[in-house]
Every structure is written in structure tokens, then in C-alpha cells.
Design a protein around this ligand. Sequence first.
Ligand SMILES: Nc1nc2c(c(=O)[nH]1)N[C@@H](CN(C=O)c1ccc(C(=O)N[C@@H](CCC(=O)O)C(=O)O)cc1)CN2
Length: 285
Amino acid sequence: MTAQILDGKATAAAIKSELAVRVAALKERGIVPGLGTVLVGDDPGSRWYVNGKHRDCAEVGIASIQRELPATATQQDVEDVVRELNADPACTGYIVQLPLPKGLDQNPVLELMDPDKDADGLHPTSLGRLALGIEGPLPCTPLGIVELLRRHKVEINGAEVVVLGRGITVGRSIGLLLTRKSENATVTLCHTGTRDLAYHLRKADIIVAAAGVPHLVKPEDVKPGAAVLDVGVSRDAEGKIVGDVDPGVAEVAAWISPNPGGVGPMTRAMLLNNIVEAAERRAGR
Ligand SMILES: Nc1nc2c(c(=O)[nH]1)N[C@@H](CN(C=O)c1ccc(C(=O)N[C@@H](CCC(=O)O)C(=O)O)cc1)CN2
């Protein structure tokens, strides 16, 4: 079997076209959605992601508000920028690019954000709303994964999903999303403390690999016909992305997301989606 590709790049392009129509409709009512980003430090990867977010905004007609701080910024400096964006009426929603440089604590920064402007769905209120089943912004990568599966008609209802990695942007939050009644999956969250990873992987209909361990998921651990989503980002000596999924998995799985070109572009598209939804929610009030 050679797996079909879960094409994140093409799917994200389709979603962006749909969002551009909704942004135009908002503008006709005098509402211009604006995305703010806070970038602290000089990590080239984080800068690339933030620049990509603003390129996407330009494509769909969302206004951009960029705030940058040096790696020497203090906790107070970062929190001041958060307060400024909370008060900025041009900013519909914003994100603080993670991870923050060493020495800065991300949790007080996330908590300080106005939950109504949380474009990443990572504020404690947003995660609480997700747990309680209340409408609100959802974390972009989990949302992107669900949308990628849905648009490729991969069955989520009743599926056994195994997630590798317990980080907040993917692993922890995707369990909450996929176990909602509307998705109805059974989710096992594996991490570095999991004793027998292969045992869990072999029973999975859907694998979400977000451990950041190159080629952790081997073909012999994948059930034939499974869908495998590779979210891992490690780099080889030339700086090329190495995912969490061994290339041989494509011979066993029915569906596989490429990396790059799979979940990454979907994460970006879902951020735009969160901004448009926030602007629509506000307009409807
Ligand atoms: N505040 C946040 N920080 C981080 C998040 C997040 O959702 N919110 N997620 C990641 C980084 N990220 C978005 O911020 C992100 C990662 C990857 C991509 C992407 O499109 N990747 C490309 C490949 C790019 C490359 O070659 O390096 C792909 O997969 O095709 C977009 C966004 C951590 N931080």
C-alpha cells in the first residue's frame, strides 16, 4: 500500500480563499480584522513562522500588527506589549510566538492576554472553554489536524487516536478537541514516560506524532490502513526538516501528511480562521 497524501499546502490554500471571502464581507460592514504577533528574541525558526503569518494575512486581507522585542527583553517588557495589544482596537486577536527565550516564563504572559483576543486558543480561559465545550478560539495545530482529516474524508468518529507528545500547542490540547461529541474519537496521549509505545501505536487508526524525535514512528509499529500525521520538527546537518515519522511508514499507512507541507500550513490557516471568527463574533454582538 502507498499512502495517500494529506496535502496541507493545498488544503490551506483552499481555506485561505474561503476566508478571503469572509474578510471581504466583514470589510463591507466597516470591520477590518487585524492579527497581532509578538516575537521575542532572534530564533530564525520563530521569525520565519511569524513572517509567514503576516504573509498569510496579506493574502486574505487581514491587517498586520507586528511587535518585536530583543532576546534581552525582560518579563516586564513582554507583559507591557501584551497590555498594549489588549488595549489596541485595531487588533482583533494576537499571538505570542512560542517558545519564548530562556529566562522568560510563558504562562504569566498567556494569562495576561485578553481571552477575547487570544488567536492561538492557548489562554487558560480558551483551554477551559474547550474542556467545558463552550465556544471560543481553538488551538491552531489541533484544529488544523482535524480540518485536514475532515477535508480528506478520514473517519474520526469512533477512531482510536494515539498522540505522541504532551506539549501545549499540540499534544495536550488535541485530546480535548478529538474527544468532543462532534469528533467522538478515543484518544491515548503518549509521552517520554510511556512504557510500551509500540503497543499503543499498533492499535491506532490515527497517529499524531508531535514528539520532536526524528523518525520515532517506524513502519512495523503502524497498523496497515492507519492515517499518520507528522508534526515533529527536527533539523538535519543541512537544516532540512526531519519529521517524527520514518519514510517507510508511507508503505503501510493509508494516509500520511508530508512534512513539510502537511500540518504546518494548516496551523497557519487556522490562525487566520480564529481571527476571522473573532471578528465575526464581535460584529454579531
Ligand atoms: N504561539 C504559537 N507558537 C507556536 C505555535 C503556535 O501554534 N502558536 N506552533 C509552532 C510554530 N508554528 C506556528 O507558530 C508553525 C510551525 C510550522 C509551520 C509551517 O508552515 N511549517 C512548514 C515548514 C517550514 C520550514 O521549512 O521550517 C511546513 O510544515 O510546511 C507554521 C507554523 C511552535 N510555536
